[in-house]
Ligand binder design. Sequence first.
Ligand SMILES: [Zn+2]
Length: 718
Amino acid sequence: MRDLLTRTLVLLVAMVTIGTMLSNTTTNSSAMNMTTEDNPLLATWDGPYGGIPPFDRVQIPLFKPALEAAMSEQLAEIQKIANDPAPPDFENTIVALERSGRTLNRIGTVYGVWGSTMASPDYQAVQREMAPRLAGFQDQITQNEALFKRVETVYNSPAKAKLNAEQQRLTWLYYTNFVRAGAKLSADAKKRLSQINQQLAGLYTKFSQNVLAEETDQFLVLKSEDELAGLPQSLRDAAAAAAETKKQPGAWVIMNTRSSIDPFLTYADRRDLREKAWRMFVNRGDNGGEHDNNAIITEILQLRAERAKLLGYPTHAHWRLENSMAKTPEKAMELMEAVWKPSVARVHEEVADMQALANKEGAKITIEPWDYRFYMEKVRKAKYDLDQNEVKPYLQLEKLREGIFWVAGELFNFEFTPVTNVPVAHPDIRVWEVTDKTSKKHIGLWYFDPYARAGKRSGAWMNAYRTQERVNGNITTIVSNNANFVKGKPGEPVLISWDDASTMFHEFGHALHGLNSNVTYPSLSGTAVARDYVEFPSQLLEHWLSTPEVLQRFALHYQTGKPIPQELVDKIKRSSTFNQGFATVEYLSAALVDMKLHLAGDRKIDPDAFERETLTQLGMPKEIVMRHRTPQFLHIFSGDSYSAGYYSYLWSDVLTADAFGAFVEGKGPYDRAVAERLRKYVFSVGNTIDPAEGYRGFRGRDPKIEALMKKRGFAAKS
Ligand SMILES: [Zn+2]
C-alpha cells in the first residue's frame, strides 16, 4: 500500500482558511512588521507559471519567523471577516475565508516539503517548536464564535438555495468542519480541546522523529561475500553505495527502510541475517530507550478518546469516519471482515506451498516471518516459472516515467515537457510542465523527487504545492511525486521491481487527480476528497502498468532496448493473484488493529499487549507481521488524517476493481469514452460532489465487491 502524503499543510490551509482572531499574547508584532526582504519566504511566489515555490531561497532559520508572520496576517484577515458589519452572506463570509491565509498556505507548503524530504536536525528542532503552535492557531480560528455565527447563518439562510451546487457544498463543508472541530462547545470545553490538539501535535512530531531516527541510526553491515550470498548485483551495488553514505568503507549496508529490507528478505540466502534484518525493521520505535514510541502511543490514544467524547462521539473512530464515504466504523469493519477470512485461508495455502518446497530442498526449517518473502520467491519460480530478476532489467525508472506520461496523454490528453527554469529543494529533483496536447494550454507543473536521502521520510507519496482554483484568479496546480529509489551509479539506469513500478503508477494517479482538477474553490480542489475515496484514482492508475501498450513501448531491456517478451508478460499475468494472501493479510491486520485501537475508548492501552491480543483474536497467521506495527505506524500516529482510516485503501480498492471493469466492458484500458467519463465524474470534480454520487455518474451504479475478490483471487463465496 502506498500513501498520499497526509496533506497536513494543505489541510492546515483548508482549516486555516476557516480562520479567526489570535489573542494578543501570541501575536508577534516584530513578525508582523517583517518584510519580504528580511524573509524571502513571505514573498508571493514569482517567476513563470503563475509563480513557483522559492525552494532556492530556503534557510532553516527563516521558517519560524515566516510562519509567525503568516499566522498573524491570517488572523488579521479572519478578524476582518468576523467583524464585518454587513450581514453575513456567501461572498463576504465563505468566499472571504477561501481567500484568506494565502501567505501561510505558501510558507506551509515549503515548510512541509522540508519536513518530509529535507528534515535535518535543525529543521526538526523548528518542527518540535512549531507543531503545537500551528495546532493552537487552527483552534483559534475554528473556536472564533463571531466567525462561526456568520458561517452558521449562511448555512441556515434561505438564500443558500440560490447558490450553485459547488457553492452549497462548500458552505456545508465549512459549517461541518467548524462543528466537527468543536465550534458549538462551551468555552471550557473549547479550552480543553485546544490543549488536547496542541499536546497531540507535539506527540505526533515526536513519534515521527523517533521512527526517522531508528531508520537512520540502525542498519545492517555486511562484511563478506558469504554474507551477500543470494543478493542480485543491483542490490549489492545499492548496498555498496549505502555503505559509503554510512561511512563503512569496503562493506555493504542494508538500510532500515522498506525499500532496502524487502529485497534483502527476498534474496538473502543467509537465514540468520534475514532474521536480523527482519527484527531490526519490525521493531522500529519499539526498542526501549529515547526513541521508543510505546508511551507516546498510549498518550495519543487517551487524548484522542477524550477529544472524541468532548465533541460528542462515542470514540475517535466514530468522529473520524463521520465525514468519510463509509460513514461509520461498523461499515468499514464489515468490509474488512468480509475480506479477512478468505485472505487468511489463502495465507495458509501459501505457507503450505512454501513449507513443501523447503522440505523438498531439505532445508529442515519451519517457515518463519523472515522466510516468507524468500520462499515466496522460490514458489513463484516453481509455480509460474517467473523470476522477478528476469523482469527487473526491463523496468527502467526513466522509461517507466515516460510510460506514465504516455498513459496520461492517452487518458487525459496531457503532454509533459521538462523545464529547468524552476528552483528545486535538492539537485535530484526535476520538474515538468504539463500542457494540453491539443490546445497547448498550461495545466500545471509536476515535480519528481525519486531518490532516497538523509532526512527524507521512507515510502512514496504525492503532494500538492498549489491547488487548482478560480477564486484568486485562474490558478493552476503544482504537484509532486516522491519516492525512495536508491540512486544507481552515474550514467547507469535505475532498475526497479514490478511492485515499485506499480507504486509509480499509483502516485502518478494522485498527481493526475490534482492535475485534472477543474473547480472554483480551493477547499474543494483536486485530492481534497474523503480519506477513503482519495486512494481510488491512484489505485486505478496501477492497472495501466500491465497493459500491452505500456509494456511494449516502455518496458525495454536496459542493455538491448528490446521490449519485455510476451512470454514473460503472460507469466506476470498468470501470477497476478499470486501471494495476495500475504499482501492482503499484511495490510488488513494493520487496518484492523488501527480501527480497534480507536474503538477501544478511553481505557489506558499498552500498545504491545493490545497488538498481540488483537492479532490472536483475529487468528493472525504466525508467519506474517502487520505491514506497519503499532510503534512505527506513521499513517495513524504522525497526524490525525489516516487514524482510524488505514482501511481506506481497501475501501478505495473496492471502487478501483469495480471501476476498471468499465474499461474492460468497453473497448479496453484506452477507451476514450470511458476515460472521458472518468475525468468528468472522478478526476476533475475534487470534492465538489458527494463521492458516491460521482462514482454512480461514472459507473451508472454503486460499486460491487465481487470485482475486488476476483482481482485478489479470493473465490467469491455466497
Ligand atoms: Zn495513495
